[in-house]
Design a protein around this ligand. Structure first.
Ligand code: KIV
Ligand code: NA
Length: 268
């Protein structure tokens, strides 16, 4: 199999072929999604909510994400692996951002990094790209700044919202990002950005006009038991499947049905 490269993202937009991405935080799901042909896997700082037990992505550190990213990168044969730069690991300066990107590239096997912010992060994107590391940008709703944005608020609404979103998209394009995630943006605004930038737009709740779609895998697979955003469609109910398996197994242990002879070792 041929690995997905940044040129695949570019070609897909040119040819109108939709790009698919899921988050992944471990080698087992990464291998499954890779085999299914998902184009890219994002080791998101959404690991904070889905693996590490935090309420937001704010407390997640680089040291938290490095081993998770290594696990994902170790498992893929085709998919493009994107490492998410956590809050506090790139905002201070372009130097800090490049240092963080180097750690991901040297220590994990990721193929690219992602960071939040448009105009405000353009200098960081430019510096990382100039060192030979592909950058996926992320604009619209940016979870690391949810306290400033006032919660999970849709971005790019109204004429000034659309203009601000367009300015962010153009800033990351000019800085050299190979793709841009649009999170929680109305359809019309996402369509306009998609038409006005040359790099592919990846929707997380930004509608059907984007060049690709990305979802948090635990939401998409029905493993998350908390609140699920409106834009998620559940394609499985893993919480039910695993819950039923655990209940059945516990009953089998209680009754003695497990372990049966075929699950035990003989003396000789
Ligand atoms: O961390 C994450 O999962 C993300 C996507 C939802 C865009 O950043
Ligand atoms: Na993220």
């Amino acid at each position: 199999v041929k690995r997905v490269r940044t040129r695949h993202f570019h070609n897909a937009k040119q040819q109108g072929i939709k790009i698919t991405g899921l988050t992944s935080y471990d080698m087992l799901t990464a291998a499954i999604f890779d085999k299914a042909g998902i184009d890219f896997l994002l080791v998101g700082d959404s690991a904070g909510n889905n693996v590490l037990g935090y309420d937001t992505t704010v407390p997640v550190t680089l040291d938290d994400l490095i081993p998770l990213t290594r696990g994902v990168a170790s498992a893929v044969k085709r998919a493009f692996v994107v490492a998410d730069m956590p809050f506090g690991s790139y905002e201070t300066s372009a130097d800090e951002a490049l240092h963080t990107a180097f750690r991901f590239m040297k220590e994990t096997g990721a193929h690219a990094v992602k960071l939040e912010g448009g105009v405000r992060s353009a200098e960081q994107i430019r510096r990382i790209v100039s060192a030979g590391i592909p950058v996926m940008a992320h604009i619209g709703f940016t979870p690391q700044s949810e306290h400033q944005l006032g919660g999970h608020v849709i971005q790019g609404r109204g004429e000034s919202g659309v203009e601000a979103l367009l300015a962010d998209a153009k800033a990351v394009e000019a800085a050299g990002a190979f793709a841009v995630v649009l999170e929680m943006v109305p359809n019309a605004a996402a369509k306009r950005v998609t038409e006005e930038v040359s790099i592919p737009t990846i929707s997380v709740g930004a509608g059907p006009h984007c060049d690709g779609q990305l979802l948090v895998w635990t939401d998409w697979a029905g493993l998350t038991t908390g609140r699920i955003p409106k834009f998620v469609k559940q394609y499985a109910n893993l919480a039910q499947v695993l819950g039923d398996a655990a209940t059945t197994w516990a009953a089998d242990v209680a009754s003695g049905a497990y372990p049966a002879p075929e699950h035990s070792y003989d003396d000789d």
